[in-house]
Each structure stands twice: as C-alpha cells, then as structure tokens.
Design a protein around this ligand. Structure first.
Ligand code: MG
Ligand code: MG
Length: 255
C-alpha cells in the first residue's frame, strides 16, 4: 500500500531530511585520511541522541543480515557499496566512502546517502561518483505527477548506461515515510511510460548505486556488507523526495 502524505506530513519529513543532510555534511568534513570509521559512527550517535531522533538502522533486521544491525549509519568503503558496518578501519588516501543515513524524528523518516573520496581522488572514482549524482538528479527530475515509476527508473538507468556502468536491480530505491522502507520498490533500471502512476503526496528515496565493471554483488560473512562481485569500486547517492503538484521536492537537499 502506498500512503499519500499531506503537505503538513511532507513538511515533517522535510525537517528530518534537513537533519540527515546536515549530519552527512558534517561527516563529509570529518572523514579524512587517518580517520577511523568508528569515529564517524560515534559522531552520528551523539548527534542523534542530542536531537532526540531515532535511528532507523539500530536493530534493523531484514531477511538478509546475520542478526540485527547494531550501528546508526552504513559506511561502505571502495568495493563495498551498501550496508557496510562501521568497524575498526582507518581511512586511507584515495578511499571511496559511501555514507548512508536514515533517521526518524517524531515518527517521520528521511534517508540519504552520499559518496566522498578521502585524500587524493582517482579520476575513475570521481567519474563513478559523478555518475551516481547525475543519475539521482535525472531520477528526481522525472518524479512528477502524471509520470510513471518507470520514467524515474529509466532516467536513472540511462545515465548509468551513458557512462558505461552496469546496473544491479536487486537493491534500489523505495517508498518511505512512517518507516524506512515502504512500497513501492524503485529500480535503478526500467522502461519509461510503464509502472505505477506518480501522484502528489508520494514520498520516495531514490538511490542509484553503481559498480564500475559489474552488476553482480556478494555479501560479506556478516550478512550485511554488500560488495561488487569483481572487487571493482562503487558509489551510491540517495535523496528522499516528495512528489508535489509543483514537481519534485528534495527533502534531504545538502546544506
Ligand atoms: Mg539510505
Ligand atoms: Mg534507502
């Protein structure tokens, strides 16, 4: 079931979205060569506590994953792209770091991810990150009343294809609002003009992620961390948006 949100409810998600965006901006400043992933996790824990927000990840226990998640942010480095568990790892020069954060404030959730490169970036990595950001922008642009879900997926997929990156369709975007994951699933690849008709009041997390040379994934023994199957580097960009009569509104826009 897809719940349409009222303008007042969207505004509450916007409040959460701005908080998520602010934390990701802080982490982008903090993350550097020599910084441990656990330091970033603890920064987010402190900010969530201080704000009286709720982590969507703590105790998250989907069908995959060995036991509930016991962190408040996903940090995925290099070939890891989704659900990376913050662990004792010190960032090195040129590491590609994806940071994915979802929290709730007063019952309304926002979800956003951003990929940065610490230290000296490699051109291939910059290109990959740029592709996910452009794909996200294209997907947002297509998220308008009267369009269909396939228009969003096709717009995202066209950017990846233009860059020559394969697209995995097992994990993608999703509805959200009162919880982190609601209907519908939003594939990063699809056919324009097909699928669910988009309506004002729908709230979606769009999240293109690509690996440089594969669409296949492997899970770490922890059951959480998802990596590219061939070890190639990855990137991930995500925003929470609301579809309004006036077009898409980005609720997690960067400060
Ligand atoms: Mg996310
Ligand atoms: Mg998400």
């Amino acid at each position: 079931m897809i719940e349409l949100k009222s303008p007042a409810e969207i505004e509450r998600m916007h409040t959460t979205g701005q908080f998520v965006a602010q934390i990701l901006a802080e982490l982008s400043e903090l993350a550097d060569v020599g910084v441990n992933l656990l330091d970033l996790e603890h920064h987010v824990r402190g900010r969530i506590r201080q704000r009286g927000a709720q982590s969507c990840y703590w105790d998250y226990a989907p069908s995959f994953g060995n036991g509930p998640f016991r962190n408040v942010i996903c940090l995925s480095v290099n070939d890891a792209v989704l659900h990376g568990m913050p662990h004792d790892y010190t960032l090195r020069d040129g590491d590609v770091l994806s940071m994915d954060l979802a929290v709730g404030i007063d019952g309304w959730v926002a979800d956003s991810a951003r990929t940065i490169i610490v230290g000296t970036p490699a051109n291939d990595d910059l290109r990959l990150v740029r592709a996910t950001e452009e794909a996200l922008k294209a997907g947002i642009e297509a998220a308008r009343p009267g369009n269909r879900l396939g228009d969003v997926s096709a717009a995202i997929g066209a950017v990846a294809t233009g860059y020559g990156y394969p697209i995995n369709t097992e994990f993608g975007g999703h509805g959200l609002g009162r919880t982190m994951h609601e209907d519908p699933h939003v594939s990063n690849k699809g056919r324009a003009g097909r699928g669910l008709k988009l309506r004002a009041g729908m709230t979606l997390a769009l999240e293109p992620w690509f690996a440089r040379t594969t669409d296949q994934i492997v899970f770490d023994p922890d059951g959480w961390t998802i990596r590219s199957a061939d070890g190639s580097r990855t990137a991930h960009s995500e925003h929470t948006i609301a579809i309004t009569q006036d077009g898409p509104l980005v609720l997690t826009a960067r400060p």
